[in-house]
Each structure stands twice: as structure tokens, then as C-alpha cells.
Design a protein around this ligand. Sequence first.
Ligand code: MGD
Ligand code: MGD
Ligand code: SF4
Ligand code: MO
Length: 760
Amino acid sequence: MSSTRTDTTACILCSRNCGLSVELEGSHLKKIRGDKSHPLTQGYICQKAARLEHYQNQDDRLTSPLQRQPDGSFKPVSWDEALEDIAGRLLAIRNHHGGDAFAFLGGGGQGNHLGGAYSRQLLAAMNSRFSYNSLGQEKTGDFWVNGRLFGSQRCHTTEDVEHADFVLFIGTNPFQAHGIPNARDTLKHIQKDPNRTMVVVDPRRSETARLADIHLQLRPGTDSYLLSAMLAIIVREGLHDRDFLARRCLGFEEVEQALLTIPVADYARRADVPLDQLEKVARDFASAKTACVRIDLGIQQTLHTTLNGYLEKLLYLLTGNFGVRGGNNLHTMLLPILGDTDERNPKLKRTAHHGMFPIAGIYPPNILPDEILHNGEDRVRAVFVDSANPLVTWADTAAYEKAFAALELSVVVDVAMTETARAAHYVLPASSQFEKWEATGFNLEFPVNGFHLRHPLFPARAGTLPEPEIYTRLLEKMGELPPAFPKLERIARLESGRGLYPAYLAALGVTLASNRRWRPLAASIVYRTLGKSLPDKAAATAPLLPLAMVYAQKHYAAVKRAGHRGNRLTLGANLFRAILNGRSGVLLSEHQFSDLWSFIAHEDGFIHLAIPEMLAELRQLEAETLPGSDHPFILMAGERRSYNANQIYRDPAWRKVDPHGAMRMHPNDAEALALTTGDQARCRSAWGSIEVVIEVDDSVRTGMVTLPHGYGMRFRDSAPIGPELNRLTGSDHCDPLSRTPFHKYVPVQIEKADSATGEQ
Ligand SMILES: Nc1nc2c(c(=O)[nH]1)N[C@H]1C(S)=C(S)[C@@H](COP(=O)(O)OP(=O)(O)OC[C@H]3O[C@@H](n4cnc5c(=O)[nH]c(N)nc54)[C@H](O)[C@@H]3O)O[C@H]1N2
Ligand SMILES: Nc1nc2c(c(=O)[nH]1)N[C@H]1C(S)=C(S)[C@@H](COP(=O)(O)OP(=O)(O)OC[C@H]3O[C@@H](n4cnc5c(=O)[nH]c(N)nc54)[C@H](O)[C@@H]3O)O[C@H]1N2
Ligand code: SF4
Ligand SMILES: [Mo]
């Protein structure tokens, strides 16, 4: 009989990673509550976290490496056999075709980013740059704009929704999707306060829109019209912040000229919102004491993705709502999850088929099937997939299935038997996020930022390994790393009692300098050496020591303000120790708003407002017509609802509602098609067709239908459950600059699926 015990951890279902207080029995999560001691989330959770047992102990969990057999079946093999064969095949591909034949896909879902420090090394060992992940199908347009405005794609913006007098939500539904601190509480506070205003721009009367003072229910895909009209009203009426623009920005005049030509009334009509409401929102936003903008997929996965990101940022920049409490801000990060890759650099690696460049170091999933299927010596032949399920989640499932079938080697590292795993040559079982040291890199707060290192709640499930061990063993088998670094290990042991590691770090520097190939493999080297001396088998956390030291050096005063002690030499190691010991998470830094100006990466220190590519696209808007007129409906393919959570829960039993992932359709449209709630219908796009279950719902506009994200997976060898959304989406239906998909704007036809149409 096992007794219950309590512990702390964090939710792994969305970027908020709320702190959890859990009751455990044996290998089970029995009770899950919010952890009041978590410095940022302070006890808040949503309904999804209570079901985490469905992640931890699901029937699709993997417990042995699997090797594909010639007949297509999988055979369990030992870790040694799997890793040796994979290592040999990777080396053969690198030697025969060069590193560009290899691509890495994924590398951290919503809460498992510590493994990314290790998996990234494989790319370096393969001499490849091709890192594809889900940020490249949502956020890279935004990162590109940040690069131009602030001088680096690492400059990432956040929004102080909790303190703003005026909050503008565009294309996001934080009530369901979160993404802002303690979303539902925060929304209710704004709603209740008569002095604060909430405006939502969304074609659906979302759960958030219901709480808003004003809801602009625009026509799908028209945000660039709506946003540029708002900006035009602001500059025409002189509501911009001249002082801020003069002190902090360059290029305003050029932007102003482009905005002054905008036909505001025409654009309001195109967006199908009342002109007087649009004017009111523009004026009130500009004249509010403090205002901020929060955006998400509604503008990032629709027409003019990158331009939308630019216009949205101009809203707070032109009105001076930047670098202030209650405005939008830049922030710091402990884990370096974003790179800086400006495509104007001629040395940047472009892909063989599309000639596509990375943004923030990330290549876009929409081009990958072509890069694999491309008929040339320089095609992608081998992939590693980690913490992602691209055969369900990336655009154009049929293209992905075809591409995976053409690969010479595909390896999937996952906790569960996913659709992508089913198509792989090797499947490697990872320990779950509650069975290993883990952390999230989504620490996007300013001025106060935190970090939560999660310790294991349970021993690793038999047969599984944590990612740090998987990748380190693989690199050793590839001969990229020697089996041991005895000298480094010895020094780390000697210094471990003091918690300060000057001799170790000096020796590490000498080791890395002695061999150029080892430099990008530092994570595995510190894991195998310093890691062995850390308490509680926390070896995997060793790379956090150098990261904490860099962070403390860069943000010395802010780290001290957050309560950490030490001097220039000791603060970083002390911060590392605090992270290691802080079971509910710790505060990393407490900045002053004035610090933000030092985060801007342009050498002149200014924000560069005029981006030629964006101004050109803005000028072309007027001549455009909305695409898709030959299809009567615009499908929003991928809605966040109360019971979806990406691909993290596979067992359909976790859902209390919406078992089919129904298609929401306006009553007028349903009536015209003689459809009613519960009916089956067929939904066709230019790329594919799927069967759906209808739910009549007047929250959507007429002519618009929605399907939820986070379905379409098999469970215990079942057929796919709920909509396989990405059978309807196409690789080429994407933003021309960032190549992020137009998932929120998929033109479709819908018909009743019955004997009359000959469909089941
Ligand atoms: N419950 C739940 N929460 C999640 C997730 C989940 O799977 N389930 N996933 C997480 C992840 S990975 C992400 S990226 C976030 C995404 O979070 P969000 O982007 O907030 O969520 P979505 O529901 O995808 O889209 C937001 C809104 O965009 C609107 N929209 C559609 N088309 C348009 C348009 O043309 N213009 C405008 N202005 N709006 C439009 C939709 O009606 C919707 O209300 O959610 C995270 N949180
Ligand atoms: N049509 C359409 N498509 C979409 C979207 C949409 O709105 N519409 N949304 C998109 C968005 S915003 C996102 S972020 C993506 C999300 O899609 P993906 O990037 O594919 O990520 P997840 O769904 O989070 O899948 C995470 C995988 O990690 C596995 N996993 C969980 N824990 C661990 C672990 O500890 N180690 C390892 N190795 N694996 C683990 C899970 O089993 C799961 O297979 O989907 C995108 N796809
Ligand atoms: S799903 Fe997101 S908001 Fe809900 S408990 Fe988990 S981390 Fe928090
Ligand atoms: Mo996402």
C-alpha cells in the first residue's frame, strides 16, 4: 500500500506554466491545486491542469526504444542497440551528403525546454543549421519585426495587461488560451474596474469578447485594414506622442506619410466594423493614461501576418505606450530560446528548395515537406523530432506524410506513441516531465521576471531516459564526445562543497578552447562533469550555472533587487543555487522601467520605426481583394477551447465536453445548409477534406466556421479522434515573408454528409 505525499511542480499545458501543489500516491497524481508559493502565478490554475494524470499515466506512453522492421512493424530494442545504429546512420548521412541533409524538428513543447540545451547539440554535431519548430508557424513574423524595430530578433516584447488602463486584445482569447498572467482573474479585474477599458478585436464573440467594453467583430483576415485605419486616425488627429517619438524613435515621418494616405472609412468598411466605433477605440487607446496591446494567433495565422505584427507594434510605439508600467515592454530571458538571424546577412544558411532563411534561428515548418521531397542532392534526408507531433500539427498533413515516407532516417523522441512516431524509423521513449528535472523558457515578464526549475516527482518510468541522457549518449556514440572528462569531473567534485566554481569554469574554458568541435557541446560536457557533483541527481540542470552567471552579470542590479545576494563574482552562482533549491520557482530579476532602453540592440539606441518591406505591403493593401471568394466559408482552423491542450493529452477521457471537436457555425448558415447541432458534415478546402460534427453557435460571424486545435490524434490504435485539421491546410497557404500558415483563414466548402451526397 502506498501512502500519499505532497509536492510542488508546474503545469505543462501552456506557456504560463502555473505553479502546482500536488498530492501524489505511488506513481499517480491524485490531487492538483494551484501553488500559492509560486512567485508569479500565486495559486492560479485553470480547469485543464487538474487532468494531468492523463498525461503522466496514459496508455500511449512509450517504455522501450522501438525500431521499424521491413514489414512496417516496430520491434523493441535496447537503448544501446538503438543509439549505436542511429549514430552510425547519422554519421553516414553527414559524411556522404553533408550536414544540410539533416534537420531537427521541435525541441520543447509548452514546458520542457531544458532538454533543448542538449538536443540543439545534435544539429551542431551534424554541421546543420536546419532547426524547424512550431514557433516558425506562429511567432516568427513577430520576431522578424522585432529584429527591424529593436535591432535584434532576440528583443522580445511583452505587455503589462495587469496594470494598463486600456487593454486592446487583437486576435487572442486569453480566457481560454491564457498567455497573460492569471488570465481569468486578470480579465475579471479589468471588467469590474469602471476606470479601465477592455477592447477585443475578434471575428468571434469569444469568451474574452463577452467581458469586453467594446468588441470589434471584424471580418476574418482584415486586421491589417483595421489596424492601419486606427493608426491613420491617431496620426491625422495628432494623437501620437511627439515627445516619445523624438526621444526614442527614428523614421516616424516616413511612417506618418504612409498612414496619412489611408482611406479610413473604406478600410473600416472592408473590416466590416462601424467607423464611429473604430474612431472611438483609436482615440481612447491613444489618450488613455496607459495602454497596451496583447495579440496572438488571430493575427499571426491570418492574411498579412507580418504586417499585422508591425501595425500592432506601431499602435503602442506611436502613442508612447512603451517602456512604461501598463504599456508594452521588452524583457529578459534566462534560457536563450531565440536566436538573431537577419536575412540581410549573406552568410545565413538558406534552404535548398525555397531558399528560405531562418528567423530567430528558426526555419518555417510550411516549407519542410518541399525541402525533403525536393529532387536534388541537397535535399533533407534525415530528421530528429523531439517534443512535437508535426504529422498532426504542422500545415498539410498529406504533404508531411509523403515527406516522412521519403526520409532515409527519422527518429522521434517523445513520451507517447504519436502519429509522427508511427511514421518513424526509430522511436525513443523520454521520461515524462514529472520524472525529470525540467523547466520552461517562457519567462516573458517585465519588470519582474521569474524562473521555475521543476524537480522530478516520480522515478523515471522503466525503459525511458531523460533527453539530456539520450543526446549525450548519442553524441558519445557518434564519437563527438569522449566517454569522460576525468579532470573536469575531479575539479567539480572539489569545488562542489563551496557552491562556487571558479576553478571548474576556468578548466572548462581551457577544455572548450582546446577543441573547436566541443564548443557547441558544452551542455553535455557540464552535464557529465559538474552535473555529477550536484545534489539530488540534478545533473541535467548543470548548464543553468553558466546561464545564471551570464544573466547575473548582465542584469546585476535587477538580480540583486529580486533578493539574491553576492558580488560580481558570486551572484551568478548564488542565483543558480537559488534556482536549484527553489521548489516553487524563484524571482530572477526586478528591473526598473528605465533599464529597458539598454535592451534595444540598435547601435544608436533608437527604435527604427520605418521598415521598407512593411511600408511597401501597407501601400499595396488598398489594391487588394480578399482571397477565397470561390469558397463560401472561412474556416478558423485551430481554436483554443476549454478542453484542448495542443497534443499533450492523448486520452480522450480527459475531456469533459466537446468529444468530437465540433465545428461552430452561425445559425443562419446552418439553416441555409439544413444542418443542425450534432449533424455530420463534410468540409473541403483546396488541400483536403474531412468529416466534422456541427454545433450551431451564434458567437461566430456568418460565413465563418471554427474547428478546435488539439484533436486528430489516435489513442490505443483508434482512428483519429476529432478533426484532423491540417488535412485542410496547405503548405503554400502562408505569409510570403515569414512563411507562417494562414490557419485562421482557410477557405472551405461545407455540405451535409448524408446519403443524398453519397458520403458517410
Ligand atoms: N485551451 C487551450 N489553451 C491553449 C492552447 C490549447 O491548445 N488549448 N494552446 C496554446 C498555444 S500553443 C497558443 S499559440 C495559444 C494561442 O492562443 P490564442 O491565439 O489566443 O487562441 P486561438 O483560439 O487560436 O485564437 C485566438 C482568437 O483569434 C480569433 N481570430 C480568428 N481569425 C481572426 C482574424 O482574422 N482576426 C482576428 N483579430 N482574430 C481572429 C479567434 O476567433 C480566436 O478567438 O494558446 C495556448 N493556450
Ligand atoms: N491548423 C492548426 N494547426 C496548428 C495550430 C492551429 O491553431 N491550427 N496551432 C499550432 C501551434 S500554435 C502550436 S504551438 C503547435 C503545437 O504542436 P507541436 O509543436 O506538435 O507541440 P505539442 O502539441 O505541444 O506536442 C508536444 C509533443 O511533445 C510530447 N511530449 C510531452 N512531454 C514530453 C517530454 O517530456 N519529452 C518529449 N520528448 N516529448 C514530450 C507530447 O507527447 C506531444 O507529442 O500546433 C500548431 N498547429
Ligand atoms: S493550462 Fe496554462 S493557465 Fe491552465 S493551469 Fe496550465 S499553465 Fe496554467
Ligand atoms: Mo503555439
